[in-house]
Design a protein. Sequence first.
Length: 169
Amino acid sequence: MVEGWQCRFRSIAVTGGVSDAKRAPDVLSLGTAYNQPFWIFYSSNQQLDQLSQLKGKRIAVGPVGSATRFTAEQILGKGGTTAETATFLPFAGSAADKALNDGAVDVVWIIGVPEATAVQSFLRNLKVRLMSFPTAEAFSRLFFPISIASFCRKVSSTSIRISRPSTFN
């Protein structure tokens, strides 16, 4: 125990960037446990590679209060896409997958490892495109640590840049 501190220790894993020392002054972060990428999938013939291109779209960003939605709101907002300029819908995981396939949403923002069921479903669906995030390095300086990853779909000759916020920092 740290001298002068009177507390019980508890641990929790959260998506990086969800809070900070100002909003949670009594929370101590020990470091990053692992990273999970966030992915932006869409079904359109138009190539999307700027967050501002998501204005006017119906975007599945997860339920209100979720870390997925919080992260989406923060990052999309910096790109000019907000709940006022787009329609944010509470779909997540397999519900977001179904909504995109059924045409109920235009775009899905999802956080998950590449092996996650929903991510794999999107990656295998030839009608769905993965949005490249060429400004990821700049966003990593504005927000939480973002690791840059490259992803190549076997049927595509284009390298796609995705980002992954630290899940626990």
